[in-house]
Design a binder for this molecule. Sequence first.
Ligand code: SAH
Ligand code: SF4
Length: 391
Amino acid sequence: MTAPQERESLYGLLPGELETLLAELGAPRYRADQVLHAAYREFAESFEAMRQLPAGLRTALAGRLDLSPAREVRRVASDDGLTTKLLLAMADGTLIETVLMQYPPSKPGGRRRSTVCVSTQAGCAMGCVFCATGQMGFERNLAAGEIVAQAVHVGRLLRERGEHVTNIVFMGMGEPLANYAATVKAVRILTDPRCFGLGQRHITISTVGVIRGIDRLAGEGLQVGLAVSLHAPNDALRRRLVPTAGPHSVREIMAAAKRYFERTGRRVTFEYALIAGENDSDETAGELARLVRGTGAHVNLIPVNPTAGGFRRPARQRVLAFERILREAGVNCTVRVEKGAEISAACGQLRTDEAGRALIAPGEIPVREGASAPARGLLRRRPSPAPSRSR
Ligand code: SAH
Ligand code: SF4
């Protein structure tokens, strides 16, 4: 169900659009920079808080635009505090998930990476059998402003810790290329130096393989990374895991990825959710190796998160054997470091976590001694019953 928002979100506007609105309100152009600075650098939570603006303009803007922060319904952190999963309510009450994943610096003295995983839809129509979001079905597309607001929310949270967002991946709930216009607009706002200001190369869009969308994206003149969720090296297997893959064959997906690389110069990553007994045999690894070898693409193996759909992750030895076959064939390959598995930090799982495990409401955040404010990534998990399975 789509509930129309009364006022457009400021986070959904490009600077030029804000300037047009300000002109309508009779305000000079330079006010746009003041508004954007307050919204994206100071993370102002209302126009009222923008004291550098005249009172009349603050009121006029508040009448036209929404700037209320996303409401945090739940916050859950992994035991190591590096993964924080948020359940956010949009203005109409729609619930979506946003995840913050932090990684220690790769070299001494380096800075740690803080990656935000944003949702582009509430639910998803693609129905991947191992994905909690896919099993939930499609609810609605998110507007560009709702996508940007997720990054802003995490930016605000990180600022309390003296940190900031370094990367954004479109790997949360939903299929970004099935909500194309909002996704691309969100990328433009997130990368505009006057808005969120993140480098384009620090953004990755993950798609289940919507070919038309990949080709359109290649022509946008953007430098964003592309990840394609392949999961299988042949159509029969892929259609079992991605039931809506029908019109998009593995061969066509490979060709679209190649075109993306040729047009943007950005290498594509293939994501491969490894599922025990489904797509993890030596034979399948060999087939995948032959498919990807020589393309320059990278394969990211993701041992499937076991709480979704009853599928199991392969034993460690199997994962390593699969990886070895790819490596020996010359394929660039990594196994995704498990992040937040114990808090169900895979796609769509917080919302569906009916067992209520590991849930801590924002007001209950435990604070470590010496921390000067709450929400420092210090959440602890409550003892919890085993997760329930839906099949
Ligand atoms: N719809 C897009 C982006 C969101 S899903 C896509 O499919 O690419 C982001 C990634 O999470 C995808 O690679 C998807 O296959 C993976 N994923 C979904 N459910 C998972 C699970 N239970 N375990 C591991 N990875 C999962
Ligand atoms: Fe949708 Fe991606 Fe989940 Fe598939 S894996 S159902 S495309 S969100």
